[in-house]
Design a protein around this ligand. Structure first.
Ligand code: GCW
Length: 724
């Protein structure tokens, strides 16, 4: 009796264990190292790599070696014990430039001239009849990046018989911004709570911190701002700095620096001063000493990220000073340690009645050239706020004497949270490719960001993280692609979103072309799809207010005009849209003349941006010969149709995807479809009150009344504090 019980217990445990092994909960992200099933590919790899060897003993080299071991044992199904300095045949060798043999160094001389300090070389070399693949760089971090990229070759089943890959990042600071609060809630977070368990830090190091660093290093991210830009001064107290140090220690072997957000009023809140005036000597000294304290604990601390005088955050203007005074004061404090200050340009004031889209430019451009060298201005991709589509921010290219960094949002605050499948690299690509014309044709945003347009020494890019403690990190399995894609574009802002989708799908799901081809197509279309069912033809910020979940074009009762959707769409009997032309707010004049003219003229303004720049009559005829009203309605319907298509496409994929992730995506696409219809019906019913026109026959009749949609309330929608 007892034995039977024991036996069944063992069998159950074994079963649970094996299910756990087989289950794909998405935790491994794109770092799936499952054994390669294609025999031809596998045998090429096994005959090319017989031994692994390395040189160097830093913690970064150790991280590279253990990743190679983990990757090879999984992908090739064979353990490789790494030797130090072996030189046998069919070797995979890892080591930085200074660790290479004389012969190897000579061989790679020209290649080293092509990379920067974080770059890497992966090359097949034949020396004295012996073949080896060398992964190297000028520094150990280059070797680590090379190691991850080598494993990616295997994951995507590329030939490794004659390798010659030379690559370097084009942007210096490639970082995630976490809007994580100290109570572990995440502002605009849709994937659970914060990864940072401040309560158990610094003594308890969660494996997730290490895996977070691995994932980031694998795509070249080299910085992380741990805390919300709506900042809490407590992070700067000794108690919390110990915890920040513990995280910095975990991230260092992966080349990742930590940054924290600096609350401008910290000298008052935690320093017992009576002012935070940036020109006050006590305040300056307080920041100087605070910075020294931080660097004593974390010698490679990255610096501060600051949101000041924006949406109620304190800043230099509280003391009659300006952004330059505030940023430079902090910059002076971190300068002796090579730290930087990332000062955000996301500002708009309740006292300023001009078009919100114009305010950041007006406030910052006059300060061009006045910031210290270690200040970089962080600018959102568009002038309003991370909308499904925005024209590029006019500040890009308009401050030639100031480094500007890009801020993209990876978390989907305005794009369906983590329940909608939206592939964001398509949005990022559109912005990076946009031409500012500031130095003639070809002055793209990418060139502003990578510093080549104005020869900038300090360059950067930030992505507002979509990561939380959900088992698969991002909530939606496909939201992992947005983290991945952000990292890849941060490394190289000229990469194609299609290339990135291809890589990601292969690393994350399958190399089978019957899967890759349709799913890639679906991903690439998904951004336009969300634009269509939420904010077609240049509409923007018509989400319900506060949580930004679902449609709310009718909202008009908030205290600040620019917090109300009606401010943005201006629908009335004459038409719809925000007039930002010379007859309206004249925001168009903030662009270079070529772009200003294009946007200013209704005939040349791209239709995708039409209602961003123009108030247009309902009867206006668009290029397809149909009226504006019909076009709006048809776009909403197209969005819904496309989600239907995504869903049917996905439903034929069960043979290529594990059951868990297949079902997750299937259920999420059903939610997305429901919500796309909600968007279509609510917006069209609302706008129809003004257009007073019938819906075109292709558009499905709404199943509910406008009053029904207006009555929906979501006090606990994720991503906000309930008291907001
Ligand atoms: O998009 C808005 C968000 C705020 C956010 C702000 C910002 C962190 O709704 O939640 O605050 O932008 O970027 O500062």
């Amino acid at each position: 009796m007892r034995l039977t019980y024991k036996r069944s217990l063992i069998i159950t445990l074994l079963l649970i264990f094996s299910i756990k092994l087989l289950a794909k909960d998405g935790y491994n992200l794109w770092l799936q190292y499952d054994k390669i099933k294609n025999e031809n590919v596998l045998s090429e790899y096994l005959s090319t790599i017989k031994e692994v060897s390395y040189s160097g003993d830093s913690e970064i080299i150790n991280a590279a070696i253990s990743e190679i071991q983990l990757g090879l044992s999984g992908l090739l199904g064979k353990e490789f014990i790494s030797q130090k300095n072996s030189d046998s045949n069919n070797l995979l060798f890892l080591g930085s430039k200074e660790r290479l043999s004389k012969n190897l160094t000579k061989n790679l001389e020209d290649d080293f001239k092509l990379i920067n300090n974080e770059g890497y070389i992966i090359k097949t070399i034949n020396l004295k009849g012996k073949n080896s693949i060398v992964i190297t760089g000028k520094t150990d971090i280059g070797v680590l990046y090379g190691a991850f990229n080598f494993l990616k070759l295997l994951q995507t089943q590329k030939s490794i018989s004659q390798l010659n890959i030379i690559d370097s990042p084009k942007i210096d600071v490639r970082m995630l911004n976490h809007w994580d609060n100290l109570d572990r809630t995440v502002e605009r977070g849709y994937a659970g709570f914060s990864l940072w368990n401040w309560h158990t830090l610094p003594d308890y190091i969660d494996q997730r911190y290490i895996d977070y660093a691995r994932a980031n290093a694998s795509i070249g991210i080299n910085g992380t701002a741990l805390t919300n830009v709506n900042a809490n001064a407590l992070i700067l107290t000794p108690q919390y700095l110990e915890k920040v140090k513990a995280l910095a220690d975990v991230f260092r072997p992966y080349g990742i620096k930590v940054y924290v957000t600096a609350r401008f009023s910290a000298p008052i809140e935690i320093g017992n001063l009576t002012t935070a005036d940036p020109l006050n000597e006590d305040v300056k000294n307080w920041w100087k000493h605070k910075t020294e304290e931080i660097y004593k604990l974390i010698p490679d601390f990255g610096g501060f990220l600051v949101k000041a005088n924006s949406e109620g955050q304190p800043g230099p203007q509280n003391y009659g000073r300006n952004h330059v005074d505030g940023a430079n004061m902090l910059a002076d404090a971190v300068a002796p340690f090579d730290g930087i200050v990332m000062w955000r340009a996301f500002v708009y004031s309740e006292h300023d009645t001009t078009d919100r889209a114009k305010q950041a430019y007006s406030e910052f451009v006059p300060y061009d050239g006045k910031f210290r060298d270690n200040v970089i201005i962080q600018v959102k991709n568009g002038a309003i706020d991370f909308q499904p589509r925005e024209p590029f921010h006019p500040m890009f290219g308009a401050m030639p004497n100031t480094p500007l960094m890009m801020e993209f949002q990876i978390t989907q605050e305005y794009l369906g949270f983590s329940t909608h499948l939206v592939y964001l690299p398509k949005l990022y690509e559109e912005v990076l490719e946009a031409d500012t014309y500031r130095k003639g044709k070809g002055s793209t945003v990418a060139k502003v960001i990578d510093g080549t347009l104005n020869h900038k020494k300090l360059t950067g890019i930030a992505g507002v993280s979509n990561i939380g403690n959900d088992i698969n990190w991002t909530g939606h399995p496909f939201a992992q692609a947005n983290w991945y894609g952000f990292g890849r574009l941060a490394w190289n802002p000229y990469l194609k979103s299609e290339t990135i989708a291809d890589e990601w799908l292969r690393c994350t799901f399958s190399n089978d072309k019957n899967f890759i081809q349709p799913i890639k197509e679906m991903m690439l279309k998904s951004r336009e799809t969300v634009v269509n069912y939420m904010t077609p033809l240049g509409l923007h910020h018509i989400m319900d207010t506060g949580h930004h979940y679902g449609p709310g074009p009718w909202v008009s009762n908030l205290s600040r005009p620019e917090w109300n959707p009606v401010y943005y769409h201006n629908a009335d009997e004459n038409g719809i849209g925000f007039n930002r032309t010379s007859t309206g707010s004249y925001a168009t004049e903030q662009y270079a003349p070529e772009i200003a003219e294009m946007y200013n003229n209704i005939e040349t303004c791209p239709e995708k941006d039409l209602l961003w720049f123009h108030h247009v009559s309902w009867d206006y005829t668009l290029k397809n010969g149909k009226t504006l009203w019909d076009n709006i309605a048809l776009k909403y319907q197209e969005g819904v149709n496309d989600v239907e298509y995504m869903s049917t496409t996905w439903n034929t994929m069960q043979n290529y995807v594990d059951k868990e992730r297949f079902n997750q995506v299937k259920m999420l696409l059903n939610i997305q479809l429901k919500e796309a219809k909600w968007w279509r019906d609510a917006c069209l019913l609302y706008f129809q009150q003004f257009s007073k026109k019938e819906l075109p026959i292709e558009v499905k009749k709404p199943e509910h009344t406008l009053e029904y949609f207006q009555s929906l309330k979501f006090p606990y929608a994720p991503g906000i504090k309930p008291q907001w």
